[in-house]
Design a protein. Structure first.
Length: 153
């Protein structure tokens, strides 16, 4: 039971570790090649090739059970919109790290929490995204800390 609980949060911890440490490498890279757009292009190309390879392996070894995809037009449009937001968000992050101290950029990125808590129940439904008072209190603490870092950092 506890292992399953831990495994549910492991990818989220991985996200935090990867994004926080990547900011340091981004800053270093931008000192040697001062082009956020070039950095994003290299990163997105690497990710696309890697994700394609992983997907191919999953299909070849039967890990991915769904061989044919059938999505509605609405789902495809939402995926494209999500991709556009991810692309612009990634580019904005690189530009911000190029222009401002990393601590402030990461602090401001903490403001994604209230946006997600407001929008996820609207788009996903309350059954999928159950945002409770306890979640809001935790988010408030994180956002307050991020704000303090941003203001006094």
């Amino acid at each position: 039971m506890r292992l399953k609980f831990f495994l549910q949060y492991l990818p989220g911890l991985g996200i935090a570790l990867c994004f926080s440490s990547s900011s340091i490498f981004i800053r270093y890279g931008l000192e040697t090649i001062p082009s956020p757009l070039f950095g994003v292009t290299v990163g997105m190309t690497f990710c696309t090739v890697t994700y394609g390879f992983i997907l191919l392996i999953r299909y070849l070894f039967g890990i991915e059970t769904q061989k044919y995809f059938s999505y509605s037009r609405k789902e495809v449009v939402l995926l494209f919109i999500a991709g556009i937001f991810v692309g612009f968000g990634t580019l904005s992050r690189w530009v911000a790290i190029d222009l401002a101290p990393i601590g402030i950029v990461i602090g401001l990125s903490g403001l994604t929490i209230p946006v997600v808590l407001i929008l996820s129940p609207i788009f996903m439904g309350r059954k999928v995204e159950n945002v409770t008072l306890r979640v809001w209190l935790g988010a408030g603490l994180i956002t307050s800390g991020a704000s303090i870092i941003t203001i006094y950092g």
